[in-house]
Design a protein around this ligand. Structure first.
Ligand code: FPP
Length: 252
């Protein structure tokens, strides 16, 4: 691309910005290893990317940004790394909550937060409550999240409901399932970004990404900044979204 990275914003059609962007932030460990730093230094650098991508999303008018911060599988990491990640999240909330609120951002978490420590849980609850009435960008952080677990919970919740409402046993609709997901009330992501060149969805938003456009970049998450987001959106805007149907040209 010939234009300077920051100038690429001009190539974005501001009327067709994805309403919901989801991101699998990957490559923090490799970023740190390349610099002979401990893995946590990569996570720490990744926080700056979180700030920048959130800020750019607000500026561009993105409706929702969902970041995959901690999967149910991430508990398999060394306890020191898990502790450090939770501490980073706590620090982030401490520092940013005023700023999120001031910018009308609504903060929410996706996942089973009951398994998180009491301190981080109460900070998260506080942030969710404090920003609950904000009408700007919806900022969702997936924590102790698993897409399969989310679907199982939805199915089990519907089965429980069916005890009182046996009509459910005649058939469950997509709406029933969507209503029982952590993302209830949120539009599905239009664009799923994964950094660090891995072509996997890693148990993230399995139901919700059915028709998302996927953008994989080799850039490691701590290096993923505004211009990289612009590139992903520019590529998204060149895609033809067919949702399984045909475009007029193909239908002829
Ligand atoms: C993946 O890199 C990254 C994570 C598992 C954690 C990402 C979390 C943050 C950036 C902090 C979250 C904070 C907020 C505020 C949302 P990796 O460790 O798997 O990297 P590797 O594949 O190179 O080892």
């Amino acid at each position: 691309m010939s234009s300077a990275p920051e100038d690429r914003i001009r190539l974005i059609d501001t009327d067709a910005v994805p309403a919901h962007i989801a991101v699998i932030m990957d490559g923090n460990g490799r970023w740190a290893r390349q610099r002979n730093l401990p893995r946590i230094a990569g996570h720490r650098a990744g926080i700056q990317s979180v700030r920048e991508i959130l800020e750019a999303s607000v500026e561009l008018g993105v409706g929702a940004l969902t970041l995959y911060a901690f999967s149910t599988e991430n508990w398999k990491r060394p306890p020191s790394e898990v502790r450090a990640l939770m501490e980073l999240l706590r620090e982030y909330l401490d520092r940013e909550i005023d700023n999120l609120d001031r910018n009308d951002i609504r903060f929410e978490t996706l996942g089973d937060s009951s398994a998180l420590g009491p301190v981080i849980r109460s900070e998260l609850e506080h942030a969710v409550e404090r920003t609950a009435d904000n009408g700007g960008l919806r900022f969702n952080v997936a924590l102790n999240y698993s897409g399969r677990d989310e679907l199982l919970r939805a199915v089990n919740a519907i089965l429980t409901q069916a005890k009182d409402d046996p009509r459910l046993l005649e058939g469950v609709t997509e709406e029933h399932i969507s209503r029982h997901l952590y993302t209830a009330g949120l539009a599905d992501p239009d664009l799923l970004i994964r950094t660090s060149g891995e072509w996997r969805v890693s148990n993230f938003l399995l139901w919700q990404i059915a028709y998302s456009e996927i953008w994989v970049t080799d850039t490691l998450w701590p290096d993923f900044r505004r211009p990289h987001l612009y590139d992903a959106i520019i590529a998204y805007q060149k895609r033809e979204r067919r949702y399984g149907g045909l475009t007029p040209a193909l239908a002829r």
